[in-house]
Ligand binder design. Sequence first.
Ligand SMILES: NC(=O)C1=CN([C@@H]2O[C@H](COP(=O)(O)OP(=O)(O)OC[C@H]3O[C@@H](n4cnc5c(N)ncnc54)[C@H](O)[C@@H]3O)[C@@H](O)[C@H]2O)C=CC1
Ligand SMILES: CC(=O)C(=O)O
Length: 351
Amino acid sequence: MAMHKSSSGSALGPGGLDLTQAFFKSVMNAAPSSPTKRHTKISVIGAGNVGMAIAQTILTQDLTDELVLVDAIPDKLRGEMLDLQHAAAFLPRTRIQASTDYSITAGSDLCIVTAGARQIHGESRLNLLQRNVTLFQKIIPPLVRYSPDTILLIVSNPVDVLTYVAWKLSGFPSNRVIGSGTNLDSSRFRFLIADHLDVNAQDVQAFIVGEHGDSSVALWSSISVGGVPVLSFLEKQEITYEKEMLESIHREVTESAYEVISLKGYTSWAIGYSVANLARSILRDQRRVHPVSVLAKGFYDIDGEVFLKLPAQLGRGGILGVTNVHFTQEEKHRLMNSATTILQVQNHLTI
Ligand SMILES: NC(=O)C1=CN([C@@H]2O[C@H](COP(=O)(O)OP(=O)(O)OC[C@H]3O[C@@H](n4cnc5c(N)ncnc54)[C@H](O)[C@@H]3O)[C@@H](O)[C@H]2O)C=CC1
Ligand SMILES: CC(=O)C(=O)O
């Protein structure tokens, strides 16, 4: 039977009969779609390993009504779109579209940027910078033009500096430009602590702050399991622990990405879950605290225009606030070093 779509998107059968109305007449008359439910649209820029892991986690977790993919390679993009669309029978209903043309992103609530070069085995995140800045000069302006009220969530590396670049290129207030930050590093940290103590990672509260990468800072002093602060508990119980053991867990966190990249070529699943977790907090106004890249100027005595991972509350307006975590002198010193490392890199950029 020949069928085509009407301008309203419903299916038309022979003689122009509106099949959607024919099938669902009584239901549609009884219950017009609710005007109170908010429609959400997420665009993912870059349909590579990371973009597709994020897209598929967003779909399975039913986080949006519309999902748009943008990439520079049309065939691969269409292939990825069709492959996801073919899973429609197993997924919550979501409209999935893809194009190389940024007009498709118009009206997005959240734009997640994953496009760009990625590290090869042994390469540092900072080494990707100049190539990805050039790319961002092409990507950020059209996103802003088509979705002036959107929230930008940056994932491409080096994520802290690129979040700063996106902020500068967009002209957005800093609460609407967020870097995926150390949400992933903190998840790796929580996994390793949970593994060490044989508890559930979801019961471990632990943050990695500073740079996403080699100069990140582990906040040992504020780690708790099931609400019990770990280090002060061990000290009160006079249970000895080796500082070296703490250092080795942190080292394992910073080396995690290098290890996965050396084994499978890229990282994808954990960043997919991590970013979907951020998308949920933002779009569902969850007001949860995540370690993400925020404009750190004015917090913890930082005075440069630098984006660093700090524990921030996320909701519909983007960054709602930065929590006042207690840092030891050593943690503060390391955070300052992270800020200095990033500022030195930024000083050499032409945006
Ligand atoms: N922040 C974090 O925690 C993490 C960040 N990453 C970063 O994410 C980025 C992407 O990594 P992968 O997906 O593995 O790389 P990939 O190479 O698989 O995908 C990159 C995609 O970007 C697309 N692209 C290139 N130029 C474009 C343009 N002008 N417009 C739209 N799309 C364009 C490419 O066609 C490709 O599909 C890398 O920078 C990587 O380092 C990866 C894992 C974790
Ligand atoms: C590649 C990267 O940044 C990560 O997996 O942490």
